[in-house]
Ligand binder design. Structure first.
Ligand SMILES: Cc1ncc(C[n+]2csc(CCOP(=O)(O)OP(=O)(O)O)c2C)c(N)n1
Length: 634
């Protein structure tokens, strides 16, 4: 199933020589080609076990080898945008022996991490930060009178993010070298979108015309008397022929020297161009064209599937299934299509995550009502505000951690004027192997302070459906529904009562302890109740449904009739659901013991979701233990 890899033996002869940063400098030109093959084989085998970002890494093997051959680590600084494509860099900086534990609890991180290695220049995870970070590092070196190379590698997908242009704008006046590598594989996670993507593809396809440019100039120059003047005219007409013939004009006009496009799998071309680029005094962009998934047929054929992939069979490329249950994402995807069939005002927005959010299904059925804005969450929110002003009902499906990018826009461009925009917030709570930057553990805190916003969370698949319908058809104003990654709970699927604004659902009535569960904590709450019963403790169980408006009546009533109120949520403590409950009790002078069980106020590293929940005290046993040892005030 591998392409171009016939020479592979079972022993990685060259890769074995790479054990420390800069070891690559001892390897000659011919060996580097073998090394590229061996790295690809290594990546496919390792990622097939625990999953990870395969296709993007296969695409940057030669680029990373070329950069490492010319840079000195850790003194030189290499910043990987998003950072999902940093595996080859990790291999070349002495971390290959840790790949069996890639993305596992306490194992190697799937993204660059300064705390993991001093060869990682900047922690990344969210897109489009590399140019800003790199520029900051260059400026710091200038002030510190240090002189090392600084390189930012950014993909064409990440170039759809607005921060890149803020950084270009800022970098233009730079007087020292700052090399930006544009790794152009025409793909974001799925096919890239937008004007810049079109522009880049016009550069790629313009190559054959470069010869034509010389011909045109020769013909013009041969015209007696006026020829030279015509050539000059052609050369200086920015919006005319130059635009057709000068690749990278957009960057050049901004003051950023442009090199390329070059074949990102040709080590010789990479070496020559990088050497030239490093000698420029000022900002320079090297446009490198690569193939996502290069060298492994299944990934070349389906780069989107192998962008971030679970464990798979190396021979066939088939995923090794991890559960057959329906995922929350699929529940959302099916339901929003049904809702849109009955309500023509419904339109859907994604920020480059059509597959991840399930909106690909919506796109297939309603291509004109679907918008992929690129990796531009902040723009996506304001765009939704505009669609709403135009009388539509936008549903923005977005991962919790990426919506952080649109915080100001939710406040100012949506909530302030009470726009009816629905935020379908996927990957809320513990997300797992992608680590700190991807956990969805802050959304309740940053959303709860926004006036006018309704905030809900379903306890199972059925409730997600009814909440979506409620958000689209019954609420007039901004609404957020948060749901987690992974399989949807099927517990008590037919037990859902009607959704009423700001009303919690009391599932069971007891006398001693009251457990108020928010969203996906419900199954654990139910299990805890059963275990408490075994201990002779009778528990009330409440499915909160709403953080905003909060069901204060139910909370106060429960507080007055129980000895202990326990809240459960997958969100950090500060500003979360539990604090809102404690606040409501105190505001109403209810003196009852409380236990707020939530994610501690700290960044949550990578690992399996179950293992992380256990570590954080959010699994059934830990919750039970916490309740049993809680101090109850008389
Ligand atoms: C702010 C933000 N939104 C969304 C994502 C999810 N995401 C990760 S990689 C990626 C596509 C990146 O495409 P590109 O920069 O071209 O890199 P490639 O994988 O093609 O090499 C997206 C959308 C993210 N990491 N950060």
């Amino acid at each position: 199933m591998y392409t171009n890899l016939k020479r592979w033996g079972s022993v990685a002869v060259v890769l074995e020589k790479i054990n420390h940063p800069n070891d690559i400098k001892k390897i000659d030109k011919e060996e580097k080609k073998v090394l590229a093959y061996e790295i690809r084989k290594f990546l496919v085998e390792k990622v097939s076990k625990n999953g990870g970002h395969l296709a993007s890494n296969l695409g940057v093997v030669e680029l990373t080898i070329a950069l490492h051959s010319l840079m000195d680590f850790p003194e030189d600084k290499l910043i990987w945008d998003v950072g999902h494509q940093s595996y080859v860099h990790k291999i070349l900086t002495g971390r290959k022996d840790r790949f069996d534990e890639l993305r596992c609890t306490d194992g190697l991180c799937g993204f660059p991490k300064i705390s993991e290695s001093d060869c990682d220049a900047f922690d990344t995870g969210h897109s489009t930060t590399s140019i800003s970070a790199g520029l900051g590092i260059v400026k710091a070196m200038e002030l510190n009178k240090e002189n090392h190379k600084v390189v930012a590698v950014i993909g064409d997908g990440s170039l759809t993010g607005g921060m890149a242009y803020e950084a270009f704008n800022n970098a233009a006046s730079l007087k020292r070298n700052f090399t930006i590598i544009l790794n152009d594989n025409h793909m974001s996670i799925s096919r890239n979108v937008g004007g810049m993507s079109k522009y880049l593809s016009s550069i790629r396809t313009a190559r054959p015309y470069l010869g034509l440019k010389e011909n045109v100039e020769n013909v013009l120059a041969s015209i007696p008397t006026f020829g030279d003047r015509l050539v000059n005219r052609v050369r200086t007409t920015k919006n005319g022929i130059k635009a057709l013939f000068v690749p990278g004009m957009f960057f050049e006009d901004m003051g950023i020297k442009y090199f390329g496009p070059i074949d990102g799998h040709d080590l010789k071309a990479l070496n020559q161009t990088l050497l030239e680029a490093f000698s420029v005094e000022g900002p320079v962009l090297v446009h490198v064209v690569t193939k996502k998934g290069k060298g492994y047929v299944p990934a070349e054929k389906q780069p989107g599937k192998f962008h971030g992939v679970g464990p798979f069979d190396v021979k066939t490329g088939e995923l090794i299934s991890n559960g057959n249950g329906i995922k929350y994402t699929d529940v959302f995807a099916n339901e929003i299509v049904k809702i849109a069939r009955n309500n023509p005002k419904v339109v859907a927005i994604t920020a480059a995550m059509a597959d991840g959010t399930g909106l690909a299904k919506f796109k297939r059925e309603f291509p004109n009502r679907f918008f992929d804005v690129g990796i531009a969450e902040a723009h996506g929110v304001t765009f939704a505000g505009g669609l709403s002003v135009g009388g539509l009902i936008p549903v923005f499906a977005v991962y919790s951690s990426f919506l952080q990018r649109g915080f100001d826009q939710i406040i100012t461009d949506v909530a302030l004027t009470n726009r009816h925009v629905v935020f379908a917030i996927d990957r809320a709570g513990i997300v797992g192997q992608d680590g700190e930057t991807h956990q969805g553990d802050f959304d309740l805190s940053y959303l709860n302070l926004i006036p006018n916003l309704t905030i809900m969370a379903p306890r199972n698949a059925k409730e997600l459906e009814t909440m979506l319908d409620f958000a689209v058809n019954k609420v007039d104003g901004p609404v957020a529904i948060r749901y987690p990654r992974g399989e949807a709970s099927k517990v008590l699927p037919n037990f859902n009562s009607e959704i009423k604004l700001g009303k919690a659902e009391v599932i069971a009535k007891g006398a001693d302890v009251a457990i108020i569960s928010f969203g996906n904590m419900f199954d654990r709450a139910l299990n805890v109740c059963k275990l408490l019963e075994d201990e002779g403790i009778s528990a009330t169980l409440v499915n909160a449904r709403f953080l905003k408006p909060l069901d204060e009546d139910t909370i106060v009533n429960i507080g007055r009739t129980h000895k202990l109120v326990v809240t459960l949520e997958e969100n950090v403590k500060t500003g979360g659901f539990g604090e809102a409950v404690v606040c409501a009790l105190s505001k109403n002078q209810v003196n009852v013991s409380t236990e707020v069980i939530s994610i501690p106020d700290a960044f949550v590293p990578h690992g399996k979701v179950d293992e992380l929940n256990k570590k954080l005290g959010l699994d059934t046993e830990s919750i039970l233990h916490r309740i049993m040892s809680a101090k109850i005030s008389e």
